[in-house]
Design a protein around this ligand. Sequence first.
Ligand SMILES: Nc1nc2c(ncn2[C@@H]2O[C@H](COP(=O)(O)OP(=O)(O)OP(=O)(O)O)[C@@H](O)[C@H]2O)c(=O)[nH]1
Ligand SMILES: [Mg+2]
Length: 368
Amino acid sequence: MPSSTDKTSLDVAATPSGVAAVSAASSASAPTVGTAARPRGRARQPLEWYVDGVLAGDRVALSRAITLVESTLPSDVELSALLLNAILPSIGKTRRLGITGVPGVGKSTFIDALGMHVARECGEQLAVLSVDPSSPISGGSILGDKTRMAQLSMEERAYIRPSPSGGHLGGVARRTRETILLCEAAGFTNIFIETVGVGQSETAVRSMSDFFLLLMLAGAGDELQGIKRGIIEMVDGMAINKADGDNKPKAERARIEYASALHMFPPSGDGWTPQVVCCSALQNTGIDEIWQMVLDHEVKLEALGKIEERRRKGALQWMNELISMGLEDIFCKHPVVADRLPVLQQEVRDGRTTPLAASFELLRDFRQ
Ligand SMILES: Nc1nc2c(ncn2[C@@H]2O[C@H](COP(=O)(O)OP(=O)(O)OP(=O)(O)O)[C@@H](O)[C@H]2O)c(=O)[nH]1
Ligand SMILES: [Mg+2]
């Protein structure tokens, strides 16, 4: 269930002293970073407070703005729309990297290593939007991510924002796209979006990133068996992680197999051939090579206008999704539908009516 409150938001932001500050966005006693005065509790600020704060790169304002766009309260949604329109013209050139892979492949550890490379070697700012794959009940992985991004959570050029998955699209936070825009407006020129590789979430993250990276493991049975064709067609690059110790030769063999598997797929049409690289997030090897791959991809696609095209396509797709979600919301809240829906769902489950008849009845009642 999407939350309309602040309590699930947890920001990890480095303070100017370099010591990580963890602030629950709803807590009035949380440390203040930056210049804007902190609003108390769930009180909303005027539009200008958010616009000015975000554009000034103030992290408290940014966190509050993200909490605002995550809210489902109608007044918040309205204010969010105004905020997003106001900051949009100020967004310059940015880079969006989507990272996916099965649980435990090393996504968080990898982002920690790659993020440090980007912040330290390249001197660039980055925001990490990690989508919390845990259920709202166990809620466990935020702490896990904090420890696995230990270096990055201390890095002042980095901003980490775990988001509740909210059950939307199997793990992609409902407002990840809006959060991307806010972070970009706040001056984060690199956005990393981590998602756990389940179901539809890959498609959603692919559509919101300029480069889509799949992390894989070597030696998990038959190398090619585990890859779903659909994912292979979407990736711009693959990294075989944990290529360290005894696992190194296996990882190299897997790299060759994956690379030749990629050649069996038709070219994507954007002029880029996906590459496969071995890396060890833990030992920090292959990380610079992967970043170079992301940069090469950018140079190549930008020259062809393909990044812009991809973003426009993604934006259009998102608009359609928002409309669908909005309609579904209106539909489910209709009094007759709210009454009849659970009854008809049970009847369909029991085989007492057909999905067609049930949906027909509900839609007819909704229209009346
Ligand atoms: N040997 C080795 N272990 C690694 C490497 N990268 C990550 N690990 C370990 O693998 C485990 C899982 O790493 P995470 O970074 O939490 O993996 P994840 O993909 O983010 O996991 P979820 O968030 O649960 O989906 C941890 O114990 C890491 O220390 C690596 O390059 N080499
Ligand atoms: Mg993780």
